[in-house]
Design a protein around this ligand. Sequence first.
Ligand SMILES: [Zn+2]
Length: 240
Amino acid sequence: MRKYVIMGIQGSGKGTQSQLLETDLDLVHISVGDIFRWNVQNHTKMGAQVRRVMAAGELVGDDLVESVVRDRLTEHDWNYGFIIDGFPRNRRQAEFFLESYDIDGVIHLDLPDSEVRRRVLNRRLCGNCGINYNLIDSTPAVPGRCDVCGGELVTREDDTEEALAVRLRDYHEKTNPVLDVFRRKEYVVTVDARPAPEVVQAEIRLRLGLPSLAARDQAPDGRPGEARAPDGQREETRSA
Ligand SMILES: [Zn+2]
């Protein structure tokens, strides 16, 4: 049984790396952001609660996050282990988590702020079909137009310098205390998130002593880099 926490800022490839890990290790990827998104989309009672909080411009509270994680983990469908993403969010939760579950390691995907800025500010979205583009390594054939449907490429509302600066500050403020708790236990494996996904994955496995990923053609989303921003789609219902 392997139990991991994965941490990293928006655009660091948490989603991609988690998917690559769960592929052959039979781990269950538990993403708090995905759980919230699912509930919002499926109009559950919790979804309504999340939507209300967000409509008020607030962040989903730690208590709700905690109960979501607790409920999810009691499903016990993770016979071979899990990779959790979006939790813990503070020192208290980190301590609770360490006491309750035997964590095997914390994967910390490290991406310098300058690189986050470059990746995020180069993200575009087709206003028509919703496909994500990353102008860094997948320029559309016709500038500003979607390769698939010809729709206009737009920038997401919250992908501005100002909004990003707030997210970066928020991220560091929240994450550092959590990393400190884990570091004290020497659980943290910090991996440079800048190289291609397969390279990052290989490094993670090496550092965690995991078998290397069986030869595969490409990353699950079919493109290198963060073109589809697997963990960045409307990033985690801003639950931070
Ligand atoms: Zn399109």
